[in-house]
Design a protein around this ligand. Structure first.
Ligand code: GDP
Length: 293
């Protein structure tokens, strides 16, 4: 994970480190290389440019040039700005006493929504909560069966009916209430691309079922396109957070570094593998540490 950006960023910073004392011009040159490393990692252009501008202003403003080891300070500034770029993140899932909490998962087909629904349910089970999964993806052949199989595997009930997505979600919430489940995760349908039908269906569920939180499941392998996808979903649904999947196979980091900067929506969890126990909190400090190697 992040091997590519770690290597190119490391090389850019090594040049700064090798110099001892620095001039303002050295700092600018060094940061230009950091920017290049970001763009190679498929970070959104504006996000990369703003990031470099902030690190440069901070570094020159601190008068780093007068320090004995100015490059150390610059690396520290890069780290701090990386953390600010990806955070802050609140990992809590809401609780309520009047009715089950409803979490809506949305995203494009193949992003890992169904798998993530099960991962999230397992995580919640581990926190002594009683989750239920709702099979509201009536588009992708096999999605309902896949969720049922995963539900069985992790011991979490799956609500399904062959009607329409709104009724599935509504009736799942009623069933959860009856069976004393305290949280319902809606696995909604995706499409291969963002289209008006998809958004209209999700908006209908949002309006009629009123989920407490809405999370976008998005694939890290699509790089900065993930931020564009997040923007489109956020415009339609007001996302609370993103869940970035397949981070285990992402060498570049463009999605992780672009999403919050482009949309203002934080990444809350990350998928680190196909198995149901491979969901982790997204911790900006840890990510920044990994990126810097
Ligand atoms: P959906 O169409 O959005 O419901 O997508 P699925 O849940 O069916 O996932 C699509 C594929 O991505 C499946 O082969 C999953 O096993 C795989 N997948 C999902 N999350 C991850 C992840 O975090 N890491 C890896 N390596 N694969 C994942």
């Amino acid at each position: 994970m992040f091997e590519g950006i770690t290597k190119s960023l490391g090389e850019a910073l090594k040049k700064l480190k090798g110099r001892g004392r620095l001039t303002a011009e050295n700092v600018k040159d060094g940061l230009r290389e950091v920017r290049r490393a970001f763009l190679e990692a498929d970070v959104n252009f504006n996000v990369a440019s703003d990031f470099i501008a902030r690190v440069e202003a901070k570094s020159l403003g601190q008068d780093v040039l007068a320090k004995v080891d100015p490059s150390e300070q610059i690396v520290k500034n890069v780290y701090e700005e990386l953390v600010a770029l990806m955070g802050p993140v609140d990992h809590k899932i809401p609780q309520r006493s009047d009715r089950p909490v409803v979490l809506m998962l949305c995203g494009l087909q193949g992003s890992g929504k169904t798998t993530t629904a099960a991962k999230l349910a397992l995580t919640l089970k581990g926190q002594n909560r009683k989750p239920m999964l709702a099979a509201a993806d009536l588009q992708r052949p096999g999605a309902v069966e896949q969720l049922k199989t995963l539900g069985e595997q992790i011991g979490v009930p799956v609500y399904s009916e062959a009607t329409n997505p709104v009724d599935v979600c509504r009736n799942a919430v009623a069933q959860a209430k009856r069976t004393l489940c305290d949280i319902v995760i809606l696995d909604t349908a995706g499409r291969l691309q963002i289209d008006a039908d998809l958004m209209a269906e999700l908006q209908r569920i949002d309006k009629l079922v009123k989920p407490d939180e809405c999370y976008l499941v998005v694939d890290a392998m699509i790089g900065q396109e993930a931020a564009n996808v997040a923007k489109a979903f956020n415009d339609a649904l007001e996302l609370n957070a993103c869940i970035l999947t397949k981070l285990d196979g992402d060498a570049r980091g463009g999605a992780a570094l672009s999403i919050k900067g482009v949309t203002g929506v934080p990444i809350k969890f990350v998928g680190m593998g196909e198995k149901v126990d491979k969901l982790e909190d997204f911790v900006p400090e840890r990510m920044a540490g990994r990126i810097l190697g």
